[in-house]
Design a protein around this ligand. Structure first.
Ligand SMILES: C[S@@+](CC[C@H](N)C(=O)[O-])C[C@H]1O[C@@H](n2cnc3c(N)ncnc32)[C@H](O)[C@@H]1O
Length: 269
């Protein structure tokens, strides 16, 4: 099976997504989404940003590589009574079922960054937006001291080296790479901006319990725990991550609030 698909179907990202719903809504509220707008949410998961866009009246398509998350998105949209939203399985590297220049806005928050072949991803996003349309990406930043960048860094240190030619997802968190990829896809340099931005994880439980969600449901962390177990290093990994979650918590002992920095990329065609 495609390892990228296997990684995300292995867990259940809905369990983590529940802790960032407010940030997803706030992000969409800042994008002037309105009735009649055509919006693609790429790597949509269970619709953290797709549902708020549909609630604002846009016609929304959510595309994700994980069939379990596509099903979860459909279920959430149905439960919310939303009709102008649909979800499809697909790969951000090759949006073969989507016509050129279909969308006004492509949103991809911590989504397309995980697809292999980043230049193909940039080219596909540019292809499917209309002239004058926008692409908005949220990408974790390599080396950033806050939560998810550190989770990915620590997890990678316990996971076997990736195959040759693998491009790290967090390379999308470096502005120079973002510029190179979108300029190669035909975007003018002055139409690309990248700004560090904050998203907030809120969880009604302790930092250790939030870490448990990552351990059991977040693909990259699940793989790190599996590799650490094979190497007899589970306790080391767990201690490192537990310290991280506790240090990052700005809430209380049973109420976790963690601010995480990402690179917000805005591209205009
Ligand atoms: C960290 S989750 C974010 C989900 C959602 N955007 C959110 O903010 O809740 C990453 C998502 O990207 C999806 N994904 C990973 N690789 C993908 C690819 N090649 N094409 C489409 N989706 C992909 C995963 O299945 C997962 O749903």
């Amino acid at each position: 099976m495609n390892p990228n698909k296997a990684l995300w179907e292995k867990g259940d990202f809905t369990r983590i997504a529940e802790t960032i719903r407010d940030s997803g809504r706030i992000l969409i509220d800042g994008l002037d989404v309105g009735p009649g707008m055509e919006v693609l949410d790429l790597g949509c998961g269970d619709g953290t940003t797709a549902l708020p866009a549909a609630e604002l009246g846009a016609n929304v398509l959510g595309v994700d590589i994980a069939s379990n998350l596509v099903a979860a998105g459909r279920a959430r949209a149905a439960a919310a009574g939303l009709s102008k939203i649909s979800f499809e399985e697909g790969d951000a590297s090759d949006l073969m079922n989507i016509a050129d220049e279909r969308f006004d806005l492509v949103v991809s928050i911590f989504g397309a960054m995980f697809a292999p072949c980043p230049c193909d991803v940039a080219r596909e996003m540019v292809r499917v937006i209309k002239p004058g349309g926008r692409i908005v990406m949220g990408n974790w930043i390599p080396g950033d001291p806050t939560l998810v960048a550190q989770v990915l860094k620590i997890s990678a240190a316990y996971t076997p080296p990736p195959p040759e030619g693998f491009v790290s997802p967090v390379s999308w968190g470096v502005e120079a790479n973002v510029r190179e990829r979108f300029e190669a896809a035909g975007i003018a340099p002055d139409q690309i901006s990248a700004t560090p931005t904050t998203c907030i994880f809120t969880y009604d439980g302790s930092p250790a319990e939030l870490l448990d969600l990552f351990r059991h449901y977040y693909g990259p962390t699940m793989n790190a725990y599996a590799a650490a177990e094979s190497a007899g290093r589970t306790e080391d990994l767990h201690a490192e991550l537990r310290t991280l979650f506790e240090q990052q918590n700005q809430g209380g002992a049973d109420n976790t609030v963690i601010h995480a920095t990402f690179l917000k990329v805005i591209v205009r065609k």
